[in-house]
Design a protein around this ligand. Structure first.
Ligand code: ATP
Ligand code: MG
Length: 581
């Protein structure tokens, strides 16, 4: 491809709302343009990168025995009503009506549609197992679209759905997908971790996320420094070796705490460490009022609370509810005398007594509170977020926390959807049974951004070779010398004929401009064709990742190029044949 013909409008400045490096660089290098909040156009370079990711995903899905199809993006509301998700799936589901006033939505995921398809047509155990997937545009009306391609409203996902006869089969399908994902993310040149995860709005019993490690990740992963345990913070188990405290403390006593709002301020005023203060957090859980207690120096994990209570929906109570339940403004709720349906406490609170808690009135706290005695707490649950240095739930060694970007998610769904939608098959004995399902997502467009979050420098993008829109850039420094351009054109054609997609910068620009654009766009290697080198019978090659320069002889060029290319890929831990090293 000639640069002079490429539609790649580069920008000097990144868009003002671009917070993360991938958003800045994808915009500046002419890969994407925002149409409106969370909705992007893929320009030719962006689409090439996107398609490259999709190609690897497709190859590995096919290798794993899955079959590609394409489901509609517009989905009838009636299907979502069958599973109850028409109301349960929050406002991320973009709902609308057609001219006949029938309910529809834009697909954020496709469990309903695929289950509807299969329930009509899969009848016998002989047709199982089955794994169907698609690579398609999804729409989720995200509350906070941001970070460019990382959190969009419209984005490209690969979603696969497996159907098995029983749990054993479903486990095998899950493992097959898990292994395929490892191959996919390795081939794409990403540094990633698979972690135990919460199942979220998709539901189901068991899931793993694939996290690309990057400081800008929206997720936090807790990982053991010794064993294999790694989990999303939403799921990571906090171990508590404390047993229930059998000491007694003095009777509760009210203390004025004027102007003290934060745990730190209260602790200072009461002359206790923050770990002696109990935070009382109020939630509406499936319509009931719930108070959740955690130590003052800890953070409650809402997802863990929701799961521990086996709830469909858990949300922080608004100011009016806080007032109604506690009789006090926000910030002073305490468990003693609180009017709620249920009080649950983080398990860590069982090991001590003599707590400082809110007094359910402004500017006052209670001290000497014993939770079983004064509040009747009986439910001790794992509610707090794990912190750096916490013991691993498997081997008790220390865990560390790191940020990650979720690029893939595998779920065991079990019979959740087949039961709701009556998707059954007949077994060997002619007995009707529910299909056992799994579902498997990959954020195809998010991967393009994640690769940049992991691989960039001040000059621009450093794309892993399997993702780069062009693998090579040929830069001709001909000036007025037509022989140089001729040679560059020849090299370009030669590379292309070897199956190496190449962008030839044939523009009448200064060398500095060409070098800058090649670095910005991030092609894995550059071939620099200049008069002086040609006179010596060489072209210069630059590895974008290391910045190292070498010379390739024109005599025996094909061989030298082959070896050089292999070296570039090997530097990424990859091989140009698509096989894993
Ligand atoms: P997140 O927690 O980041 O919102 P999710 O758990 O909602 O993700 P899934 O429903 O598992 O995501 O979707 C499968 C994959 O699609 C995710 O692993 C992620 O890579 C990608 N994805 C999800 N939401 C978005 C989005 N808003 N923009 C881009 N990619 C997304
Ligand atoms: Mg989401």
């Amino acid at each position: 491809m000639r640069f002079s013909r490429l539609y790649a409008p580069t920008l000097k400045e990144a868009p003002r709302d671009a917070e993360v490096v991938s958003h800045k660089l994808l915009s500046r290098a002419g890969y994407i343009r925002q149409l409106t909040s969370g909705i992007y156009t893929f320009l030719p370079l962006g689409l090439r990168a996107l398609n490259n990711v999709a190609d690897v995903v497709r190859e590995e899905m096919n290798r794993a025995g899955a079959q590609e199809l394409l489901l509609p993006m517009v989905q009838p509301g009636d299907l979502w009503k069958e599973t109850g998700r028409w109301t349960l799936y929050g406002r991320e589901l973009l709902r609308f009506t057609d001219r006949k006033d029938a309910d529809f939505c834009l697909g954020p995921t496709h469990e309903e549609v695929i289950t509807d398809l299969v329930r009509g047509e899969v009848r016998s155990y002989r047709q199982l197992p089955l794994n169907l997937y698609q690579i398609q545009t999804k729409f989720r009306d995200e509350i906070r679209p941001r970070f460019g391609l990382m959190r969009c409203r419209e984005f490209v996902m690969k979603d696969a759905y497996s159907f098995d006869r029983d749990d054993e089969g479903a486990q095998e399908s899950y493992q097959t997908m898990f292994d395929a994902y490892v191959r996919i993310f390795r081939r794409l040149g990403l540094r990633f971790k698979s972690v135990e995860a919460d199942s979220g709005a998709i539901g189901g019993s068991h899931s793993h996320e694939f996290m690309v490690t990057a400081a800008t990740g929206e997720d936090v992963v807790a990982a053991c420094t010794a064993c294999e345990y790694a989990a999303n913070l939403e799921k990571a188990q906090a171990v508590c070796s404390l047993s229930q405290c059998d000491e007694t403390c003095a009777e509760p006593e009210r203390v004025e705490t004027p102007g003290a709002h934060t745990v730190a301020e209260v602790a200072r005023m009461m002359d206790v460490p923050p770990s002696k203060v109990v935070k009382t957090l109020l939630f509406e859980v499936d319509g009931a009022s719930v108070a959740a207690l955690v130590r003052g120096d800890r953070d409650l994990e809402e997802i863990k609370l929701k799961n521990a209570l086996n709830a469909q929906d858990a949300r922080m109570a608004d100011a009016d509810k806080v007032k109604a339940w506690s009789g006090a403004p926000v910030g002073f709720a305490g468990p003693v005398g609180l009017k709620v349906d249920r009080i649950v406490a983080d398990v860590e609170l069982c090991g001590d007594t003599g707590w400082v808690v809110g007094a359910n009135e402004a500017d006052a706290h209670l001290k000497n509170v014993d939770l079983p005695r004064d509040v009747g707490v009986t439910e001790w649950l794992d509610l707090r977020q794990v912190v750096e240095g916490d013991a691993c739930p498997r081997c008790r060694t220390k865990m560390t926390l790191a940020r990650g970007i979720e690029v893939g998610h595998v779920f065991k769904l079990g019979e959740k959807y087949s039961k709701a939608m009556e998707a059954t098959y007949l077994d060997e004995n002619g007995k009707e049974k529910l299909l056992v399902m799994g579902c498997y997502g990959i954020g195809v467009s998010r991967i393009v951004a994640s690769a940049i979050e992991q691989n960039h420098d001040d000059a621009g993008i450093i794309f892993p070779p399997a993702i780069a829109p062009f693998e090579a850039a040929v830069i001709s420094l001909g000036g007025k010398d037509p022989a140089v351009d001729e040679k560059a054109a020849e090299l370009h054609d030669q590379l292309e004929s070897l199956g190496i997609e190449t962008l030839w910068d044939d523009r009448d620009e200064r060398p500095g401009v060409k070098f800058k654009d090649a670095d910005l766009m991030g092609m894995p290697f550059q071939l620099i064709v200049g008069g002086k080198g040609l006179a010596r019978g060489v072209v210069e090659a630059k590895d974008r990742r290391t910045g190292e320069k070498s010379e390739l002889p024109l005599d025996g060029f094909a061989e030298a190029l082959h070896a050089y290319r292999r070296e570039v890929w090997t530097g990424w831990g990859l091989s140009p044949d698509g096989e894993l090293g």
